[in-house]
Write a protein that binds this ligand. Structure first.
Ligand code: ZN
Ligand code: MN
Length: 509
């Protein structure tokens, strides 16, 4: 099992997708943000001391009995409804038997042939060939289950089991409720399959986040994707043999894992070899996938109905109340905002991609124009967030503050260069925009007499430029404007300075 076969041959990506049609299938596990676990009252706080959030039930001790968490059921139904699924009027839990050291009972309580939600769809916006598309992805099912604990391998270099001196198990996560969302095969993405897989997961993440049922933090594992991929020759109906890359933990990794599998499988097919049906692991560091369990070793899970839990039969009236209380679907919201802001679908995609929809919306609500709000969040602030490696929402500036900076700019009292300094001050914790302006002495030289004095000084120092302007070369005024901006440390309104320069030159002749 210790095959770390990283020496597999790869076909060039373009060649691979010219010859073979990729088919995707995605299984996403969403950890619900309930206060307590799926079948017991243990808390679910992330990052607690190992094995401090456990009890006989989630440790699977003999004699303990599970009780279903009603909030988890409600969350699963809301996810199902948001995915346009049918909600089962009657369903039950099943035991999925397999052995994992971090799974205390040696079976997982899940749902098998009777999931709570079936047959839905989600519209996924994706940019392919430079064009904005919306692709409807069919959802096979969404079911409830419990999470496993976590193994910690100590003493090795990589943190993996191979080479470790010993392993520790933390059962805090064991029993935390999960909803697993499974697509039907996704066909037709062609060479855009990696980007499309990423767009699907991002769209699903936003949808779940909008429901407020999970914090959807991929880096903390509260949203994890299993990526199925197979290839077939173009025109063939039957699906090829797929690999399943497990627990991919970031959007970027989803894209990379698909790209790698396309190249790896295409190389095998080109050599006349079969693709092995197996689970694989994606390695963030090297960007490759390596084999996990192969079909020969695939477990027979021996599913059977969970005898310790009664079936779930959600009251139809309850389901309808939940349906009526769903938030506006993200796709509808995006279309509405794009229309309100007067921007194209592609421009809206950029806002979505930057994770700035809420921020821009709140900045506009605080009084900024959509153009200015978008320009700040996608420009200077995105650059700053990128520099310090944090998300836009984690930057130390609120939409309200950005709106006030915009107001300062638009009241013509603050040129761009100074506005950036105000933002820098707010980000550095120097207080509100207005306080930064005062503390940093950023107020603009707007006093007409003072500005005229500075302009005259600059003109006096560049008689050759003045001569050019008077000779009709108006463009030469730029040099004077530059000199004034320099002497005022950017604290002058460039347009006003230019006006003055032309005025003074004309007036003196
Ligand atoms: Zn417990
Ligand atoms: Mn699962």
């Amino acid at each position: 099992m210790s095959t770390t076969d990283t020496s597999e041959e790869l076909l060039a990506y373009d060649e691979a997708t010219e010859r073979y049609d990729p088919v995707l299938g995605l299984e996403v596990h969403v950890e619900l943000s309930t206060a307590t676990k799926m079948f017991c009252g243990c808390p679910t706080v992330f990052g607690a001391e190992p094995n401090t959030q456990v009890c006989p039930t989630c440790l699977g001790l003999p004699g303990s009995l599970p009780v279903v968490n009603a909030v988890a059921v409600e969350s699963a139904i809301r996810i199902g409804l948001a995915l346009n699924c049918s909600i089962a009027s009657w369903c039950r839990f099943a035991r999925k038997n397999y052995f994992y050291p971090d799974m205390p009972k040696d079976y997982q309580v899940s749902q098998y042939d009777e999931p709570i939600a079936t047959d839905g769809w989600i519209d996924v916006p994706a940019t392919m060939d430079g064009q904005a598309h919306t692709v409807r992805v069919p959802i096979e099912r969404a079911h409830l289950e419990e999470d496993t604990g976590k193994s910690l391998h100590v003493g090795g270099v990589t943190g993996r089991i191979h080479g470790a001196a010993y392993s520790l198990v933390d059962y805090n996560r064991a029993g935390i409720p999960l909803v697993e969302i499974v697509t039907r095969p996704i066909e037709g993405a062609g060479r855009w399959a990696p980007e499309f897989a990423r767009a699907y997961v991002a769209t699903l993440r936003d949808l779940v986040a909008g429901l407020g049922v999970s914090d959807v933090r991929m880096e903390q594992g509260s949203l994890r994707a299993d990526v199925n991929l197979s290839l077939r020759p173009y025109g063939q109906q039957a699906l090829g043999i797929r690999s399943e890359t497990k627990n991919v933990n970031s959007l970027r990794s989803v894209e990379r894992a698909v790209r790698y599998e396309v190249r790896r499988q295409a190389a095998r097919l080109e050599r006349g070899q079969r693709v092995v049906q197996e689970t694989r692991h994606f390695h963030e560091d090297t960007g490759v996938t390596t084999p996990g369990r192969s079909k020969e070793q695939a477990e027979d899970y021996r599913y059977f109905p969970e005898p310790d839990l009664v079936p779930l039969a959600p009251d139809p009236a309850w389901v309808e109340r939940l349906r009526a209380g769903l938030p506006e679907p993200p796709a509808t919201r995006r279309a509405r905002l794009a229309a309100a802001w007067g921007i194209s679908t592609l421009e809206m995609d950029a806002v979505v991609h930057a994770g700035a929809v809420d921020l821009v919306e709140q900045t506009v609500a605080a009084g900024a124009t959509p153009v200015a709000a978008r320009r700040w969040w996608l420009g200077e602030l995105a650059r700053r967030a990128n520099e310090s490696g944090v998300g836009l929402a984690e930057l130390g500036i609120t939409p309200g503050q950005v709106a006030r900076v915009v107001a300062l700019v638009e009241s013509a009292s603050l040129p761009d260069s100074l506005a950036r300094q105000v933002v820098a001050g707010v980000l550095d914790g120097e207080g509100e925009p207005e306080q930064v302006v005062v503390a940093r002495g950023l107020s603009v030289v707007s006093d007409a007499v003072e500005l005229t004095r500075v302009v005259d000084e600059a003109l006096a120092q560049a008689p050759d430029v003045v001569a050019k302007i008077r000779a009709g070369k108006v463009a030469a005024a730029g040099a004077i404007v530059g000199a004034v901006m320099k002497s005022t440390a950017g604290r002058a309104d460039a347009a006003r300075v230019r006006e003055l320069v032309l005025q003074r030159c004309a007036g003196a002749s």
